[in-house]
Design a protein around this ligand. Sequence first.
Ligand code: PMP
Length: 371
Amino acid sequence: MDLFQNKLSALQTKNRLRSLSMARGLDLSSNDYLGLTDHQTIKAAAIEAIKNGVGLGAGGSRLLRGNAPEHMALEEFAAQHYGFEKALYFANGFAANYALLTTLPSRHDVVLFDSLVHASMRDALYTPNIKSEKIAHNDVSAFEAALKKHRPDSQKIFIAVEALYSMDGDFAPLKELYALALEYDAVLIVDEAHSSGVFGAHGKGLADSLPRENLIILHTCGKALGIAGGIVCASADIIDYLINAARPFIYSTAPPPLQAYLTQKAIELSASSEGDLAREKLMALCKIAHSKLGGFGSHILPVILGDDKKAMDAAEALQELGYDIRAVRPPTVPENTARLRLSLNAKLTQAELGNIIKAVLPFAEKEKTAA
Ligand code: PMP
């Protein structure tokens, strides 16, 4: 027990201790970008589905008795909606990313990953026998140099990126990376966790306009879509191979059929004219926030304060004012880049955003003068 007490004290001393707290105040920290987590249409669909006998628990893994019509329907719908041969639904995005990068690369292959990709990708790459190389963030020439270096003695090369980075809110150079993938016969894996539902035609994501060859896309379903899960979209061969070899898929209870059903409803809603309106509203908020607080024009705005304690104190002060703004510290972000992570959602009004900006600006400006 002492060992863990000591570890916790060490975290406390470094201002790195984490603890659970309830949501309170105006939401500026969730990933519920379209406000779908408590949407009436989805709630009504849930009640109706339960009345109609849609299963709550799957009761087993997909390959045994846990496969339900709702899983199959969602996957068929998602493949068509996102324009791929096939899709596969996981209980969450973490499992989906982890499955992709522990299953597809063999020891003859290499994974080139952006230095800021999510822990679910990074953790997969610690698996023995998977060769990988970290590439400087969004550095297209560094990706090209690595492709050149690895092409002669690699069977397959995977490039792993996020379409929109979760802690910085900046965009990956997807077109350039896709062109490189084609040139060097690599497979581009795009995690659309924070762009799905928000960007692209009808919220289909930032990689929606790319051709489908040499491309795998992950849409997570617990952020803008407001439910939970991760949908991998790819060629039929890749999906069939995941079904046969991905351990997080094979050896895990299938997600609740109700979850799959509601995820489909949420994709349909997000792609509807109501979804288009929510996106328009969100983009108007992004424009205002970008002009006052900087960032990259997306709905995720980092206010980098550097020091962990400074970020924690700023978050606490803003929470006192009624804003649910959270500090993000290392190891979630690189050392000395502790920050406030503001995320905007379509339910905020422009007047509310004006007040939030007024409250946050002093912290951002103090940092600028100190720098
Ligand atoms: N990818 C990225 C970029 C993420 O930010 C997250 C969640 N924070 C995930 C994957 C994992 O998705 P989920 O929350 O559905 O497990």
